[in-house]
Design a protein around this ligand. Structure first.
Ligand code: SAM
Length: 212
C-alpha cells in the first residue's frame, strides 16, 4: 500500500485521469516503437479498467476529437465506457465470445493487437504458466486470422516457466520479435511485454502454393 501511494506513476495517472498506472506502460512502449497512429484498427484484449483504451482514444483522436479509426476492446470484467471504444464483455477463450468480438471488426483486419490479459494467478507456478501460455497462444492465433500482414502484436507475459515457448511461438509467427520492459512495469515483477511485427508468410495459406 505504501509503495502504491508513493508510486510516481500512480500520481501521474491520477493527474492525467487515467484509470490505471498501466497507461504508462503502453505510452512508453509506443514512444519506443511508434505503434499507434490515427486511422488504425486497434484491438485491446483484457482492457478493464480501461487505461490502455484511454491512451488509444487519445492517440487515434482525429479533427474535432472523434476517433479516427476503430478501437475494439474485450474483458471478462465490465469496463466503464470509454468514448469511441467498442467494448465486449466476455471471455476471450470462448469460441462464441470470440465470434461476437470478430463481428465487431466488421470484416476489417487490425493494424495493432494489444493484450494486457493476465489470468488470476493461483501461485502454483506451472498452472499459472499454462494459463498465461494459453492466453498468449489465443492472442497469436487471433493475429494469424485478423491482423494485417504488416501489423503488430504486443502481449504481456511473465518470465519463468513457459516464457521461452511463448517467445518461440512469436518467432515462428512474426518477422521481428522484441522484448520490452517499460519503466512503469515494476522492476521486481516478472512481467514483460513481447512485441511481434509483420506476420511471417505461411506457405500453406498462400493460394496456389503446393498444398495450399
Ligand atoms: C492487467 S488488467 C488490464 C489493464 C488494462 N490494460 C488497463 O490499462 O486498464 C488484465 C485484464 O485482463 C482481463 N482478462 C484476463 N483473462 C481474460 C480473458 N480470458 N478474457 C478477457 N479478459 C481477460 C482481466 O479481467 C483484467 O481486467
Amino acid at each position: 500500500m505504501h509503495a502504491h501511494l508513493n508510486d510516481p506513476y500512480v500520481k501521474l495517472a491520477q493527474q492525467r485521469k487515467y484509470r490505471s498506472r498501466a497507461a504508462f506502460k503502453l505510452i512508453e512502449i509506443d514512444e519506443q516503437d511508434r505503434l499507434i497512429r490515427p486511422g488504425q484498427v486497434v484491438v485491446d484484449l483484457g482492457s478493464t479498467p480501461g487505461s490502455w483504451s484511454q491512451v488509444l482514444r487519445e492517440k487515434l483522436a482525429g479533427p474535432g476529437g472523434t476517433v479516427n479509426g476503430r478501437i475494439v476492446a474485450i474483458d471478462i470484467l465490465p469496463m466503464e465506457p470509454v468514448d469511441g471504444v467498442d467494448f465486449l464483455l466476455g471471455d476471450f477463450r470462448e469460441d462464441s465470445v470470440l465470434e461476437q468480438f470478430v463481428g465487431m471488426l466488421d470484416g476489417a483486419k487490425a493494424d495493432l493487437v494489444l493484450s494486457d490479459m493476465a489470468p488470476n494467478l493461483s501461485g502454483v507456478g506451472l498452472a499459472d504458466a499454462a494459463r498465461m501460455g494459453h492466453l498468449a497462444e489465443l492472442a497469436v492465433e487471433f493475429c494469424t486470422r485478423h491482423l494485417k500482414p504488416q501489423g503488430a502484436l504486443v502481449i504481456k507475459c511473465f518470465h519463468g516457466s513457459g516464457y521461452s515457448q511463448i517467445v518461440e511461438l512469436f518467432k515462428r509467427t512474426f518477422v521481428t520479435v522484441a522484448v520490452r520492459k517499460p519503466k512503469a512495469s515494476r522492476a521486481e515483477s516478472a512481467e514483460t511485454y513481447l512485441l511481434g511485427r509483420s506476420l511471417k508468410h505461411r506457405a500453406a495459406e498462400s493460394p496456389g502454393s503446393p498444398g495450399g
